[in-house]
Design a protein around this ligand. Sequence first.
Ligand SMILES: C[S@@+](CC[C@H](N)C(=O)[O-])C[C@H]1O[C@@H](n2cnc3c(N)ncnc32)[C@H](O)[C@@H]1O
Length: 340
Amino acid sequence: MTGLKSARQLIDMADMVRPSALRAAATLRIADHIAAGTATPAALASRTNSRPDVMELLLDYLVELDVLSGNTIEGFALTELGQALRDEHPALVRSSLTMDGLIGRSDAALINVLHTIRTGEPCHASVFGQSYWDSVNEDPSFQDAFTPRRYDGLDALGWDTAMIVNDYDWSAVRHVVDVGGNTGVILTELAKHHTHLQGTLLDLKNAATVAADTFAANGLNDRCEAVVGSFFDPLPSGADVYLLSAILADWGDEDAIAILRRCAEAAGPQGKVLVADVNLVLPGAGQRLWIRATMPTPVRTVTELKALGAAAGLRVTFEGPVTPVRSLLEFSPTAAGSAE
Ligand SMILES: C[S@@+](CC[C@H](N)C(=O)[O-])C[C@H]1O[C@@H](n2cnc3c(N)ncnc32)[C@H](O)[C@@H]1O
């Protein structure tokens, strides 16, 4: 019966158990525990501080999904699929599925994509009661998640980040403030490549804490500091350049203009605001819906960025490269100084 087949197919497509169970398994590090020899439901429940009876249900289901083999009596083993759920797997699947990770937390909010469809707002606050960045920065259990799992230098940063370091004339810049600088890898690269630079990174709590560790680990404590703060509040003033890298995409126009105004007022008449924003045109319709639900403005053209700058009292004074994923624009406060 075709109708019945379609109905089953739809129910299967809308299944909530499979993604939830896989993410729970990733969060509890089930694959790593089994690889280390903890293989029965009772032992795994004890190891993960979970209920043995429900753990048994999870493990049986993971067998059904071909992630595990074995049974509750003799214990479970990893299949080839299960091996990919180990923390050490090079594809880093576990760290992107775990509920205490940055991507897993963001994706979990998609349960209420309906909120974004109705309002245009990101779905996080409707699920977690706070905006995404506030929630992952204020909860200390997310601090580890900020620590980069693997850091292979500038070229590995992706999204054409290298243009910030390579395609802007930093020679006359003494002090840069990396506004929303995250864990400090971009400022570290700037400081390593331009050894005269002093840097201040400003971000919310967890990111700024990890950034301070990044600077210390790279021997940059004498030139780079991390401060906790919000870019909606007054910024440290008097630096030569205020860098906004991949920041504005997370905000609608009104908030983006407010952030640019904060940079402009801190920069003063002689300072610059360097916008290196991303332009994320994703290939699949599902991916486009996903990113729109988690990032309010993933796609902004250079023309639109310039209009945001103008609304914040800024005019373009240098145009760097424009690639499919990122552009580089230097702004200066206009003489009219409408950035108050
Ligand atoms: C998409 S990340 C960009 C990070 C970095 N600039 C880069 O290019 O990789 C956005 C950053 O903005 C920070 N952020 C979000 N809200 C903030 C706020 N109100 N004040 C300061 N930083 C904030 C986040 O913690 C995060 O580090």
